[in-house]
Every structure is written in C-alpha cells, then in structure tokens.
Design a protein around this ligand. Structure first.
Ligand SMILES: [Zn+2]
Ligand SMILES: [Zn+2]
Length: 865
C-alpha cells in the first residue's frame, strides 16, 4: 500500500508528468459503444490546424477536460472527440507564402495537395501539445474535415438541404472580399470606425452628398423623402448622372433622412446595405461597376480597369475640373471589412449558393438548450433577430469541400450525384448518367466550394454517428463547449443545420468560455507582443499548474487576463499539497488505518464535517461548470483547514501514539483520498502521483467521484471555535516572542459548551489546557500609563512633566474614569482628550494572566515562570 519511503522531498512536475504520460493508455478514454452507462457526448470544437495550440484553445480544452473527467468519475460513458477544421483561406495563404507561389501557378489538385500536406503536419504538432496538457481525448473519435470520410458527410448534408429547399442558388447582393476574392457571410464582416470624406457635388442642379464617388457609374436612382418640399419638383422626373450621362429615376422613400447632407441621396448598386434595401424596394436596375478583383468594369467607361481607390481620386479630380464638386467634409463612418484580412468589403451582386434562415425555428431550438452562463443566450437571440439576409455558403476558393453539383452544358439543368457516390469533386469527375432533361452528356462542374462553417456546423452530427440513415445513435449530444466569439457563427450555424437536418436541437447544454487577454489586459496580438504560448508555461511550471490557472482565472464565461503570478500560485499549491501528502503517507505507513475506528475527538469530527461541506460545494460547482468555485473550495480546504489547522492540531496526538491516534489516521486517510479524487479532474498528473502512493497500482482516474458525507452540527461549530482559539494563542506566542513549541503554562478556555479535544489543544500549544463552561472571574490591574506626547507637548509645553506627574498621582479609580480637570502648579487645567491611555493586566485566582477573546470564548493564559 503506502510507500512514503520513496517519496522525493520536492515535487518534480517534469519527471512526474512525463512518467504518467507514458503510462496512461488511450483506450482508457474511448467512448464505449456497448456501455449501459448514460452517455455524455461532447461536441468538442475542431480547432483550425495552424500548428500552434494557443492559450485560448488551452483554456477551452481545460474546461472540457475538467468536466469530461468529472463525468467519467460520476459514471457516465463519455465521448471527448477531437476534430480538426481544416479548410479555409489561412492555410491557402500559408501555402502560397511557404512555396512562393500563388494559387493560380499550379493546378487546383496540386494546390489542394499542398494544403493537405501542410494541414497534416500542423495537426501532428498540435496533437503533441494536447497530450502534454493531459487532455483525456477520445482518439478513437478523432475527425479531420479535409478527409473524404468527413467532407463526404458535408456534401451529403448539402444535398439533403438542397432537396428539402433549405439550400438554393441565386443572384443576390453578397458581402465580398476583393482581396480574398470570395464571398463571405455576414458573420465574417467586422465593423470598424473610420474617418472618411463626404463629397457634395452638383447632380443636375441638385446637391448630392456621397462618401463613395467611385460608385457614380453604378448610380441607379436618386432618392428623396416624400415630404421634403424642396424636391417636389423632381417627382416622376429622370435625372442625368454627371460624368457618365446615363439617366436614372427619382424615387421617394420614407427612410431617406432629409437632414443628412442636402436631403437627396443617390442609390448605387451597391454602396451599402441600405442601397440593397432601396434597390429591392423600388425594383431598380442593376449596374455592376466593380468586379470580383475590385477593378472598375466596362460601365465605368474611361475609369475601367482602375482599382476603387484610383477611380475615386480620378472622379473627384474630374468633378473638380468640371466645377461640380462643391465642398468636402470629414465624416466618421462604420465600415465593414473582411474579418481575416481587414480589407473593406464590397457588396457585389453574384450568383451564389445560400442557406435559408428561418429565425423562428432557430430561436425555438436555442431556447430548448441550457446555456452556461445563462446570459449568453441573449447574444444568440440578438443575432438571430437582426438577420436580414440568408447565409451565403459558396466561396470562390480551392481548399474546401467541393459543391457536389454539375450543370448540363446543353440545357443548363442542375445535376447532383447519387448519395452513395459521395464524396465527389465535380471539377474532376462527371455525372454517371446523362442529363435527365435533354439526354446530353456534357457537363460543367461547379467550381465554387463551400464555406468552412458548412463543414464544422455538422460536427455534432458527425460525433453522434450520423450517416444519413435516420437519427444518429447518440444524437443529440449532451454538451457543446465553445468560446463566446463564435456564438454567431459556429453555435448559430450548428443549431440551424441541426434543425434543418434532424428537426431538433443539437445539444442539451452549451458551455461558453471567455477569451484570454494578455498580461496588459488587451487581446493577445503579435503587434502588442503580449502573446503567451502554452508550451512556455508547460516548460516552466507544468501542465497541472497551467490547468489550475485555467480553472481559477475567472468565472466560467468571463474573459481571463493571463497572469504569471496565478501560475506560480498554482505551483505553490502543489508544493503545499505535496508536503501534506508526505506527512499523511508517513503517518499511514507507520500503522495504517482502520475503517471501523470510532471517531470521537472534536478535531477529527470537525475535519470530517468540513470535508463533507467541501465535497458538497465542489460537487455542486462541478455540476454547473463553475470550475473556479470548485478549485477554490478544494484549495481552501487543503491549505487552510487540513494543513494549517487540522494537521497542526493532531500532530501531537499522532506523535504521542495516544489511543485516539487511530481516529486521526482514519481521518487523514479519508481527507487525503477525497482530495486526490477532487483534484483528479483539475490536476490529473499530480492527483495520480499522490493517489498512486496511497493505493499502489490503482489509478485515481478510474475511481468514482467522492461521495462522502458527514453531518455533525456541534462539531462544525465547536471545531471552528477550537481552530480559531488555537490560531489566536499561537499568534499570541509569536507576538510575545515565544517559539511555537515553547511551553506556555496554564491556558483556560471559557467556552459555552464542554469540549472533548482529546488533549489536542494542550499538545498543540504545549500548555496545560483547561476547558471550562463557567463564568470567568478576572481582576483588572493598571500596569502602565502611556502618555501621548504629541498631545501633551503642544498643550503644556514646559509644564508637560508636571502634568504627567499629576496624572500618575491619580488613584486607580480616577485613572480609569478621569476627571475633566486637574490641578497643576496651583491652577486648574483641563485634561486634553487622548493625552494618555492605560495598560492593564489581569489576575485570575491570584495569578497574573493574559486574556484573549475569540467570538464568545474567553481564553486566559498564565505563563509558566
Ligand atoms: Zn479578405
Ligand atoms: Zn441537359
């Protein structure tokens, strides 16, 4: 059993963590498909394989591992899968950089292969960090979205939603990044405040203000408010666009702000969302002035081929030379830009694929999910409420899931593959059958690919076993853990897809974690130089310390500022715990413990009741994912209650070999065993190491969660009192210059109840301790008068000494209740406030004693001579 003899003096995290990492087996964390236990399936976020598992990921995964381990101990059949969300632009850009090419320099297939290779390499790097962090990943349920297995399912989900009418293609204005050369979804547009110029120019006699003169070629109407009398003369007229000469109608619209600029605005296709709205409302024509590369099109006439910035400069110059530019003003403006590359987005009308958004069914499903913390549901509600456009899912890129569709070159009919033939790349293979409409055999494969979120939004279907045939066996999952930054994307899209494909919510619960901020309180970024890399923390303090930091940093859902001090504190806690472990193990090794020993001493009963309280607290916190509350309670119990109070109290009894030694041994074992189990989810290496010394060959991670309860109201109250009294008397020893183990003489404790301390107090204080329940009888004696010279000096000057002598001469009863005045050199003078204070000593039964009060307890100390 116990083998404290081999326990090293210091806890060497590097050695311990490495040793257990090579001992633990992956199979221990596999989801058991034959299990009769209740399932607990986690829809783990699949990170983007950048090669670096960053600190934000670390926080997120720590949370997951805390509850995955806890749920296993609680008897659940846990699935903690690991996915990798591979597709997307960042990898394409990286491949271009690393190989000094652009995507157009090689074939699509070759480019995809290069992206695939880089992704595979990055995944293996990140797996190493995951293992070091001791995450109890179910590697038998790993998935990689770029693998045919997975993206075949993405394609299947596409076909199903196409069939049910959720997916359609149409020409529609979309947000477009001209740098990334792809359409993007609304959720991918970031809004920033910028300074721009508002240009007032003459539009055939009417003053128009615009921030985007380069869109003049795309002007399709002039709009005014119907009640604006200044422009009633324009009703039903056409106007000629300056510089370009095409005619546009004048429309009246209630939403035009008469107070902005001149009250007349031009509508272009498309300057912003408002233009799209008016364009639809008034059935206006479409003029595309900007192409997918951000260059001016043929309708821009002599500006054709320019980029938008050059075109803007040229048009303003031409307006100036034609004397139609009247004035320019600075204007603060919110500009939407691409969330990846920060390029301002354009709104282009494009043939794209869309997923229909049905706000009501998404809201309904979102409300059937339990949100931790609860207020995060509001973010989802607000996002769904403001959805105006459908989700644009087509992208004009390469490294992504192909859209499995062909078009007949003869009649234009859309042709889809059989589900059993998935996955397919329609740019490489052709349909197996001729066109069902015209019978011809020439097809064009769709070159657009799917938005990455189309892959990741079926992660839950994938992990619950979806293969297109009926409801997946483990659907819905029990929980989705994720960051609050992707509520409007990943959480939103997953709910949408789950409702569209399964008709119900994807998970029972969702747990939202905060972001990790740098030590300076700002978002971590290369430019600020405040990035903390998990590997550095692992190197310096080990995984358990990093995991403790994750738990303790903040309440679940709040952002956490990184702080090295917290990591150091975590590491100190392990040192403290290691010392407790060594002490407990040495004691247990001497004699062992007996489960049937009666526990009678107050200190023992007190520890059990405090342990029981702690277990209830920790379990309740774990149930609602409050990891900071849980670990804080564990630390306080271990450090304050067990180490600083209990062990100090019973040390003497254990050394003395008293009859009640066995009771203390049982209590020590119970507490230590429970601590190892409660720490197991948080510090898996440390808990395993400690537990392995307590129970040879038994893993703490295979133990059930601690279920110990002990109820003893009297012990809770009196024990707290006992601990406080001992702490106060020890402080007294320290303050009076005595060593903690020095003999103290006689200590009498006047408590409201009789206390059976089994002699613990006396041994701990090295004193002759008497517990009494009667009233204390004390005589008070003045032993000194402390004069306050800061008051006396200025008040009496040369008479100060005489004043003090007069005070000293007062009888004791007058000193404790001083008169207002005193005679000094024959004249009556006032006694200033605060001019002196008294020191007392107490006498109990004829002996001089010191007195300490703790709540309603009085302690008298008669020091030994
Ligand atoms: Zn971009
Ligand atoms: Zn056809």
């Amino acid at each position: 059993m116990v083998s404290s003899g081999q326990l090293p003096k210091n806890y060497d995290f590097a050695e311990v963590e490495e040793r257990w990492r090579s001992t633990w087996r992956d199979e221990d964390h596999y989801f058991d498909t034959n299990s009769k236990k209740p399932q607990f399936v986690i829809d783990t976020p699949p990170p983007y394989p950048t090669g670096n598992f960053h600190i934000g990921n670390a926080l997120n995964w720590c949370y997951i591992d805390f509850f995955a381990r806890y749920k296993r101990m609680k008897g659940f059949n846990v699935m903690f899968p690991q996915g990798w969300d591979c597709h997307g632009l960042p990898t394409e850009v990286k491949v271009e950089e690393l190989n000094h090419i652009t995507k157009n320099d090689v074939s699509r297939e070759e480019f995809r292969r290069m992206c695939y290779d880089l992704t595979e390499k990055n995944i293996s790097l990140m797996r190493v960090t995951l293992r070091k962090m001791a995450f109890s990943t179910d590697w038998s349920n790993e998935y990689i979205t770029m693998m045919p297995d997975y993206y075949g399912k993405t394609q299947l989900s596409f076909l199903r939603m196409l069939k049910s009418g959720y997916i359609y293609q149409s020409e529609h204005p979309v947000n477009y990044c001209i740098r990334c050369e792809t359409a993007i979804a609304f959720a991918e547009v970031a809004y920033d405040d910028r300074q721009t110029q508002l240009n007032y120019f003459d539009f055939q006699g009417v003053e128009i203000a615009t921030t985007r003169p380069e869109l003049l070629a795309a002007c399709v109407a002039v709009a005014v408010h119907p009640a604006d009398e200044r422009y009633h003369f324009l009703k039903d007229r056409k106007m000629k666009v300056p510089l370009f000469g095409h005619e546009v109608p004048v429309v009246q619209d209630e939403t035009v702000d008469p107070a902005f600029g001149s009250g007349a605005v031009m509508i272009c296709t498309f300057g912003d969302k408002q233009d799209v709205h008016w364009w639809k409302q008034h059935n206006l024509s479409l003029r595309k002035a900007i192409d997918r590369q951000g260059k001016m099109t043929a309708i821009a006439g002599r500006y054709m081929g320019m980029n938008t910035t050059d075109c803007r400069t040229a048009i303003l110059a031409d307006m100036k030379s034609q004397k139609i530019l009247k004035r320019q003003e600075n204007l603060a403006q919110r500009v939407g830009s691409c969330w990846r590359c920060k390029t301002p987005i354009e709104i282009l009308s494009e043939r794209q694929w869309f997923v229909k958004i049905k706000p009501d069914e998404i809201q309904k499903a979102a409300h059937q999910i339990k949100w931790y913390p609860e207020h995060m549901l509001l973010r989802m509600e607000n996002w769904v409420e403001q959805m105006e456009w459908d989700w644009c899912i087509s992208r004009q890129r390469i490294f992504a899931t192909p859209i499995p569709v062909w078009f007949c070159k003869n009649c234009g009919e859309m042709v889809v593959p059989d589900e059993k033939d998935l996955p397919v790349d329609p740019t490489i293979v052709t349909p197996k059958h001729p066109c069902p409409k015209c019978g011809k055999n020439k097809f064009a494969g769709e070159v657009d690919v799917l938005d990455t979120w189309m892959d990741s939004s079926i992660s839950v279907l994938n992990v619950t076993g979806w293969d297109g045939r009926g409801t997946p066996p483990y659907f819905p999952a029990q929980i989705r853990p994720q960051g609050h930054d992707i509520i409007r994307t990943w959480a939103f899209y997953t709910i949408l897809r789950s409702v569209a494909l399964m008709g119900s919510k994807p998970w029972e619960e969702i747990l939202i974690n905060g972001m990790v901020l740098g030590e300076d309180g700002f978002k971590m970024s290369k430019s600020r130089g405040n990035i903390i890399v998990p590997e550095e923390i692992l190197e310096r303090y080990g995984a358990d310390a990093l995991r403790q930091w994750s738990a303790m940093g903040a309440a679940t859902g709040s952002d956490i500022m990184f702080n090295w001090n917290d990591v150091v504190a975590a590491s100190r806690f392990q040192t403290k715990m290691w010392n407790i472990a060594k002490f407990a193990l040495i004691q247990l090794e001497k004699e062992g413990f007996d489960q049937n020993t009666p526990v009678t001493a107050l200190a023992d009963r007190w520890l059990l009741v405090r342990l029981s309280d702690t277990i209830q607290q920790v379990s309740a916190a774990m149930e609602c994912y409050q990891f900071d509350t849980a670990l804080k309670a564990i630390r306080e119990f271990a450090w304050d209650i067990l180490a600083d109070n209990y062990i100090e109290l019973v040390k003497g009894r254990l050394y003395a070999g008293d009859a009640s030694r066995k009771s203390a041994l049982l209590v020590l074992h119970t507490a230590f065993d429970a601590l190892c189990k409660m720490l197991a989810p948080f510090t898996p290496y440390f808990a395993e190491e400690c537990y392995s010394h307590l129970n040879k060959g038994v893993s703490v991670h295979k133990q059930p969660w601690v279920s110990f309860t002990y109820d003893d109201e009297a012990a809770r109250y009196e024990g707290n009192l006992l601990a406080q009294v001992v702490a106060e008397v020890r402080k007294y020893k320290h303050d009076t210059g005595l060593a903690l183990n020095a003999p103290l003489g006689k200590v009498t404790i006047y408590a409201p109840h009789t206390v059976n301390d089994e002699g613990d107090t006396g041994r701990t204080l090295n004193a002759d301790v008497h517990w009494r329940t009667d009233e204390v009888k004390l005589d008070r004696v003045i032993t000194a008068i402390d004069f306050n010279r800061a008051v006396i000096g200025p008040a009496f000057r040369k008479q100060a000494e005489a004043f003090m002598t007069a005070i000293r001469a007062l009888p004791p009863q007058q000193l404790t209740n001083p008169p207002k005045t005193i005679m000094l050199d024959g004249s009556e003078v006032g006694i200033p406030e605060n001019s002196f204070s008294l020191k007392f000593s107490y006498v109990e039964e004829g002996a001089k004693v010191d007195v300490i009060t703790v709540a309603d307890v009085i302690v008298t100390i008669a020091k030994s001579a």
